[in-house]
Design a protein around this ligand. Structure first.
Ligand SMILES: Cc1cc2nc3c(=O)[nH]c(=O)nc-3n(C[C@H](O)[C@H](O)[C@H](O)COP(=O)(O)OP(=O)(O)OC[C@H]3O[C@@H](n4cnc5c(N)ncnc54)[C@H](O)[C@@H]3O)c2cc1C
Length: 459
């Protein structure tokens, strides 16, 4: 076998691509992983990790500002943004080094360069052709989209530029109240900015259960974050000192910058996919439930495949493809069973069906819900967090949805994920002991209540 022939050739070294590479190598496949930028992709360098580092710095800022209410004397003096960025870069750098070491230790051949699919078995990088004998994986990710006519430059930015800021805006406008928008709104508010979110739909985080959107809107209002819902963006002008955003209603808003967070588009054009005959729809690569494209031997993973654009979905898809190619029989990934977390303050987490979707599926009379208020949970009281855990079950059937809002509830979604994916009944979970005092205990309480035996909750 020549050095350019491998079992698996993977285009894109982000969450989807590198997971396929690591799992493939673990299963004994020879693997080439082609990446034009940095191993780790969006999640590690421009997404999940750096934003969560900023959110952690934001939590510390809130802690300092609010310390007096816990009897701790401290003064919040401000944000040293270069220092925050240094901390963030340290986190990213350590993970990057670890990932590079992992790829090397598994004997994955890492190819630096821009690849192009040239046939169902070959990817070209410069003048070298890499041939795959078992499969090609397309995992070229996504990029921040904008609106028609809305140019990204200067003070009008996407999350890519917002992450590079070495100053804190005094006033920020966030266009789009989805996950990325509310996370930046939360960070900047904690850092001291006046923040306005402009969202065309009638609620924040519109893909979540309506109760979660309402709770987040309330919590943001309390934090002084303004949400303009059902508000349509008309245009923006910018000068050396700021931006002026106009809405279709005729209202204008002024700020230091505008963050455009209106979703992410697949990065799948101009790389030979269409020429090789890969079926696509609005830029996304279409696959079956085994992540096979219509071209035999060509698979796709991650944000280029329609569905949730989340790193852990990409990981699982990459693992699935490697296992499938290696001849194992991996379980088909159920999109509904993938947990979602929005890491603003308070956090929003969910898995499974919202109440509305469950009612569509089973009929309104066949759905039961229960909302446990975190007010009754000791640890949440200690943390000073309001919020709830909402369970959605099919009447006399399993739990089909879990929805939460509150500080740090993202860490609780693991149990929700097990419950929904294992189709557990509230009665099953109610008999399991949850540690006291934890926020996780609120789960136990919610399941006990839904099983008809509430403890620290009113019947
Ligand atoms: C601000 C932000 C915050 C986020 N936070 C979270 C979060 O908290 N949790 C979560 O689960 N998800 C989060 N995401 C989403 C997550 O980052 C993506 O879902 C994930 O990175 C998708 O992985 P991927 O492998 O599909 O693509 P990517 O990670 O984008 O990787 C694709 C890679 O392919 C490379 N590439 C593209 N074209 C070529 C080519 N022709 N040749 C060679 N290489 C190429 C790119 O350089 C890139 O490295 C966030 C995203 C953003 C932007």
């Amino acid at each position: 076998m020549s050095a350019t022939t491998f079992d698996l050739v993977i285009l894109g070294g982000g969450s989807g691509g590198y997971a396929a590479a690591l799992r493939g190598a673990q299963l004994g496949l020879s693997v080439a992983l082609i990446e034009q930028d940095k191993l780790g992709g969006t999640c590690l360098h421009r997404g999940c990790i750096p934003t969560k580092a900023l959110l952690h710095a934001a939590e510390i800022a809130d802690g300092a500002r609010e310390s007096a209410q816990f009897g701790v004397r401290a003064t919040f003096e401000g944000i040293d943004m270069p220092k925050v960025n240094e901390y963030r870069d340290g986190v990213v750098g350590r993970l990057y080094k670890g990932l590079q070491g992992l790829v090397k230790s598994r004997d994955v051949t890492f190819v630096e360069g821009t690849g192009r699919l040239t046939s169902s078995t070959t990817v070209e990088v410069g003048s070298t052709t890499y041939t795959a004998t078992r499969g090609v994986v397309l995992a070229t990710g996504s990029y921040s989209r904008s609106l028609p006519g809305l140019e990204i430059s200067g003070r009008v930015m996407t999350s890519d530029q917002a992450l590079q800021l070495d100053w804190v805006p005094a006033k920020a406008i966030v266009l789009g109240g989805g996950v990325i928008g509310v996370e930046f709104a939360s960070v900047w508010r904690s850092f001291g900015a006046e923040v306005t979110i402009v969202e065309a739909l009638p609620r924040l985080v519109p893909h979540e259960d309506e109760a979660s959107s309402k709770a987040l809107e309330r919590a943001f209002r309390k934090r002084g974050i303004t949400s303009k819902l059902g508000a349509r963006f008309a245009g923006v002008t910018q000068s050396d000192t700021g931006v002026v955003v106009s809405l279709e209603s005729g209202e204008t808003l002024q700020a230091d910058l505008l963050l455009v967070s209106v979703g992410r588009a697949p990065n799948a054009t101009g790389m030979g996919y269409e020429e090789v005959g890969v079926a696509m729809d609005r830029g996304f690569v279409l696959t079956d439930d085994h992540l096979r494209t219509n071209v035999e031997g060509v698979y796709a993973a991650g944000d280029i495949v329609p569905g949730l654009q989340l790193a852990h979905r990409g990981f699982q898809q990459g693992i699935f493809i490697a296992e499938h190619i290696a001849g194992l029989k991996p379980r088909v990934i159920d999109e509904l069973g993938i947990p979602k977390v929005t890491y603003c303050e308070p956090e929003v987490a969910s898995v499974g069906l919202s109440q509305a979707h469950a009612e569509d599926k089973f009929g309104a009379d066949n759905v039961e819900t229960y909302e446990y208020n975190l007010g009754g949970n000791g640890k949440s009281q200690i943390l000073g967090s309001a919020g709830f855990i909402k369970l959605v079950r099919e009447k006399n059937g399993p739990v089909v949805g879990v929805h939460m809002v509150g500080s740090r509830v993202g860490e609780l979604i693991g149990e929700g994920q097990l419950v929904v994916n294992w189709e557990a009944y509230p009665e099953d979970v109610a008999s399991l002991v949850h540690a006291h005092p934890t926020q996780n205990e609120a789960f136990g309480e919610a399941f006990m209540a839904l099983a008809g035996k509430p403890l620290h909750a009113h019947s």
